[in-house]
Write a protein that binds this ligand. Structure first.
Ligand code: PNW
Length: 504
């Protein structure tokens, strides 16, 4: 039997087996390269790594307050010290250097530079980010900076936080301040990380800071204010900074993939609806029509009426706001982690909740590998599908993957599951690029094991491990760090690795 016949038969058999049993089968890897200017990165966020929670005049953020309550963290810990990057940032840079990445995605702690959110500045906080940026550039690593990764200054929360429409003014002031201080050295800005988490968890379920409850009302109002604040920060850059600084500004949206659980039309529609509620909610105003997706306007509008509201719980953009918002991004930041199966399910009308507004049910495919997080299974195929979906729905934007990664609880350095995750997700991204999706960069989440919000130090996403029992908090490379470094060095997939030169 010649090789072609062998492989054809092999794949037919595998496909038959997969269809007959419903078992998920790896797609063959594509051995090819990324564009030569592709940006490789690793990512972190301020509260999760910096520590120095009250150092040198830093103001308090909503997470400093929230994490003071040990009931809010599964291991009773907090981010007071975390990876101590406020003092140990050189250790992070050494880790980045050993990966060979061209970019580092980190976030600025708003309260570290503007302790009250607006007005008064904190020079030592500014100096910290200047030292970090200078040290990165000294070793040819470009900063990719998130302005807001959830740590709102408490002084602004005391005035209503993201529920106060004035947040658009406050955020523009903060953004202008950062462009002025750091903009000569920063070419990629991400305004807000994952509006969905802020709106639905922070001000919806109230499961995370600031812990405000309003799942069917505040959620949409906060989403609205985030979109407007983002747009103001974008326009400020466009008019006052871009001509001299020449950078790009985008926003990061978290989208997981939703497949229909079968080929029934109502379930196909349900999967698209889930994607529109999760991703389209933020992306359609900015990258699409300047307005919320039709399916959201219709579902939330109809339900609001039935529930006795005199207007939709989903706010409306004025004509002026649509102009402000539409096209307010130079790239699309995507955080992609996992995929779900979806079915249509008409939900109880008495429950006023963004989740119930969607009339869906979704669950993880039990045949996929499970991480240590219940929401995260390994579904690399969803990466390619999500990227193509974004291209098709939102006018073919430049896309930067700003997060992608997997957690375990052991933190072991022989982390085969993470190697598998990165290999197949990055390969799926490569296939999307070959499909014609304009992906220009990729950031692995995360550079180092860090403070995973309500799960404290129990969920580990790092390419580098940290023993949090020690005071030196040294960063130790895991097998995944070595795997990622090779991928970055080769700028793609080569078939030269032992045990890795077969199609699977
Ligand atoms: C991201 N989901 O949040 C955040 O940007 C990071 O700060 C965080 O450490 C990382 O994911 C890992 O959790 C997400 O439910 C939160 O699909 C929830 C989801 C996805 C991302």
């Amino acid at each position: 039997m010649n090789a072609i016949t062998y492989w054809t038969r092999h794949w037919l058999l595998l496909a038959f087996f997969a269809l007959a049993t419903g078992i998920y089968v790896d797609e063959p890897l594509l051995y090819d390269n990324f564009p030569s200017d592709f940006m490789w990165a690793a990512a972190t966020s301020a509260y999760q790594i910096e520590g120095g929670w009250d150092a040198d005049g830093k103001g308090l953020s909503i997470y400093d307050i929230w994490m003071n309550d040990p009931n809010h963290v599964s291991d009773g810990s907090s981010g007071k010290v975390a990876c101590n990057s406020y003092y140990f940032y050189q250790k992070d840079i050494e880790a980045l250097q050993s990966l060979g990445v061209s970019h580092y995605r980190f976030s600025i702690s708003w309260a570290r530079v503007l302790p009250d959110g607006i007005g008064r500045i904190n020079q030592p906080g500014i100096d910290y980010y200047k030292r970090l940026i200078a040290a990165l550039k000294a070793v040819n690593i470009e900063p990719m900076v998130t302005l807001y990764h959830w740590d709102l200054p408490q002084a602004l929360e005391s005035m209503g936080g993201w529920l106060n429409p004035n947040i658009a003014d406050w955020f523009e002031e903060y953004a202008r301040f950062c462009y002025t201080e750091f903009g000569n050295d920063v070419k990629y800005w991400i305004t807000v990380n994952e509006p969905w988490v802020i709106a639905y968890q922070g001000y919806g379920s109230g499961n995370t800071a600031p812990g405000t409850y309003g799942p069917g009302t505040y959620t949409y109002q906060v989403g609205h204010h985030i979109i407007l604040a983002h747009a103001r920060a974008y326009r400020a850059y466009e008019t006052s900074f871009k001509p001299t600084q020449n950078g790009k500004v985008g926003i990061t949206v978290n989208i997981n993939w939703y497949d229909p659980k079968d080929d029934q039309l109502e379930n196909i529609d349900a999967a698209e609806r889930a994607l529109q509620f999760l991703g389209g909610w933020i992306a359609n105003p900015i990258y699409g029509t300047g307005d919320y997706p039709d399916v959201m306007k219709q579902k939330v509008g109809d339900k609001s009426a039935q529930q006795g509201f005199n207007q939709s719980r989903l706010p409306e953009f004025t004509a002026e706001q649509k102009v402000l918002v539409q096209g307010s991004a130079d790239f699309f930041g995507l955080n992609y982690y996992t995929s779900y199966l979806t079915a249509n399910k008409i939900q109880d009308i008495s429950i006023i909740d963004y989740g119930y507004d969607q009339d869906i049910e979704s669950y993880s495919d039990p045949t996929c590998y499970q991480s240590s997080f219940d929401w995260l299974t390994i579904t690399p195929f969803g990466m390619r599908k999500t990227l193509n979906w974004i291209k098709d729905r939102f006018n073919d934007p430049e896309i930067i993957i700003t997060e992608n990664g997997i957690s375990d609880r052991s933190g072991n350095v022989d982390d085969m599951m993470r190697v598998y995750y990165y290999k197949h997700n990055i390969n799926s991204m490569l296939k999307a690029i070959k499909d014609g999706v304009r992906v220009t960069g990729y950031a692995a989440w995360s550079l180092i094991d860090n403070f995973e919000w309500g799960n404290g130090f129990t969920q580990k996403f790092g390419l580098f491990s940290i023993n949090f029992e020690t005071t030196d908090l040294n960063r130790t490379a895991k097998a995944s760090a070595r795997y990622y470094a090779k991928l970055v060095k080769d700028n793609g997939f080569t078939a030269d690795q032992p045990c890795n030169n077969t199609p699977i």
